[in-house]
Design a protein around this ligand. Structure first.
Ligand SMILES: Nc1nc(=O)c2c([nH]1)NC[C@@H]1CN(c3ccc(C(=O)N[C@@H](CCC(=O)O)C(=O)O)cc3)C=[N+]21
Length: 286
């Protein structure tokens, strides 16, 4: 048996088409401002991808690059200006930030209604209270990938490996809101395989290449691989490896590939969140 491949691009295209239609109904195209500090190559490439996709989706976007020596004070004051600018609907501060900057402070400084990453404590609270407005792009993208391929998690056992702010934690909230029975495993979980084998839906977001091997997956599980591990190669493009070993395809019912699985959904969901932010702001003005 070989698992069904849950490809990201077709699901992302469907979400982008819906998002473009919503954007077109607004008085003007929603605007996303992306702040990037420094020249980390992965950040340069991700930010360029987001900017390009925004424009392809009929949104307006701009990228502001600040030096990696930017002080926290200067960054916070730019964020305050963007918060106050009625022409800016969404703000994204590309992570990771340079080590002299307090990430929590920066993320908490965003206007929660412009926080398209969904990392602000108000948005975390909305998610866990069961009524999300802007929730983190990767986990929301995972939920829409599942529904695109016809899967419902209601009443099913969902196991998440990883408890990050960006993926594990918010995914737990979303799955709970969708009526799954949710377990969050992490680096201190003893006998991880015994926990993951119980999953009907297994989500892995740890950042350890090929952590999940076939013996850790129950027959017929749906496996979502959120890991992106860069394997640098001499003189060649880095190879991307997931957190799930490809041989898991021999036991799982369905599996997302890396690359070409969850990654494209993250970007598509960022566009959807930008439109949601603009819609929310238009309602507040009514
Ligand atoms: N404030 C903030 N918000 C983010 O959402 C955010 C961030 N910072 N920092 C970095 C991570 C990473 N991230 C990805 C987005 C798309 C792909 C993606 O499209 N990946 C492709 C392959 C891309 C490639 O070839 O490198 C794929 O998996 O098929 C991956 C990773 C968003 N992030």
């Amino acid at each position: 048996m070989s698992a069904r491949v849950l490809a990201g691009p077709p699901a992302a295209e469907a979400l982008l088409a819906q998002t473009a239609a919503r954007a077109a109904k607004l008085a003007k195209p929603p605007h996303l401002t992306i702040l990037r500090l420094g020249e980390d190559p992965a950040s340069v490439s991700y930010v360029a991808g987001k900017d390009k996709k925004a424009k392809e989706t009929g949104l307006s976007s701009s990228v502001e690059v600040m030096p990696d020596t930017t002080t926290q004070e200067a960054l916070l004051s730019r964020i305050a200006e963007l918060n106050a600018d009625a022409n800016v609907n969404g703000i994204l501060v590309q992570l990771p930030l340079p080590s002299h900057i307090d990430e929590e402070k920066v993320l908490s400084a965003l206007d929660p209604d412009k926080d398209v990453d969904g990392f602000h404590p108000v948005n975390v609270g909305r998610l866990w209270a069961g009524h999300p407005h802007l929730a983190p792009c990767t986990p929301v993208g995972v939920m829409s990938l599942l529904s695109h391929y016809g899967y419902s998690v209601a009443g099913k056992r969902a196991v998440i490996v990883g408890r990050s702010r960006i993926v594990g934690r918010p995914l737990a909230g979303l799955l709970l809101n969708a009526s799954a029975t949710v377990t969050v495993a992490h680096s201190r979980t003893p006998n991880l395989g015994a926990v993951t084998r119980e999953a009907d839906f297994l989500f892995v977001a740890v950042g350890k290449a090929h952590l999940i091997t076939p013996d850790m997956v129950g027959a017929g599980a749906v496996v979502i691989d959120v890991g992106i591990n860069r394997l640098e190669r001499e003189g060649k493009k880095a190879r991307l490896l997931g957190d799930v070993h490809p041989d898991v395809a021999e036991v799982a019912r369905a599996l997302t590939p890396v690359p070409g699985g969850v990654g494209p959904m993250t970007i598509a969901q960022l566009m959807a969140n930008t439109v949601s932010a603009a819609e929310g702001q238009a309602q507040l003005r009514e």
